[in-house]
Design a binder for this molecule. Sequence first.
Ligand SMILES: C[S@@+](CC[C@H](N)C(=O)[O-])C[C@H]1O[C@@H](n2cnc3c(N)ncnc32)[C@H](O)[C@@H]1O
Length: 216
Amino acid sequence: MTDAQSFYGRWAQVYDWVANAPGVASWRDRAADSLALAPGDTVVEMGCGTGANVPRLRERVAPAGRVVGIDVTQKMLDRARERSARTGESVHYVQADAARPPIREADAVLATFVAGIFEDPAAAVDAWCDSVGTGGRVALLNFQRSPSVLAAPLNLVFEGFVRLSAPGTRLSTRSHASAFERRVRAARDRLTERTVDRRYETMAGGFAGLLSGTVP
Ligand SMILES: C[S@@+](CC[C@H](N)C(=O)[O-])C[C@H]1O[C@@H](n2cnc3c(N)ncnc32)[C@H](O)[C@@H]1O
């Protein structure tokens, strides 16, 4: 079992509650919108967790499209399957490593609060860009520290949040947050290299950033 599987397996129930908190819904809507989905599309969510994004993805590709949720942690997928709003004939959950997704020719890929977890985020983003065809969109939504001086106290909250929400507890809280941010930056840099027609927006006073682009 990997660090991620034991970490998220332990926290699946609590995570599900946090992932579906009311304030997070609008960020998830904007992430889904950034994919410019059309009815009939196949959209893959990498590290889909308990399926918090799935209802909005399903709605955008209905009636003939497909949503494929990939996650390495069985207990997170079990939580997703327990909710009727996150299931349906057009929804498929697959337990697999999202760094090597077992899918090709999707129309879009979404990864929310996931890129900072991978050992080699740039390679994961490469795999995600390769799994969509020409014209496919890829979007990454992540937490980050805010550059605003006024945000200093909230940046401490961010560090605590990263500690609680991502595996890797052998580091100090601050180093853990910095390593997390480096990985998010590496993922964004690779998405920037691999895509055109990019859009970047921030939310929650700069504490969340959404980058999306089209694979040429
Ligand atoms: C912070 S949660 C985010 C879940 C979901 N994307 C959301 O927005 O609520 C990170 C998820 O990534 C999954 N994960 C971590 N490493 C993974 C890997 N190599 N392949 C697939 N999923 C992975 C974890 O099991 C967990 O469900």
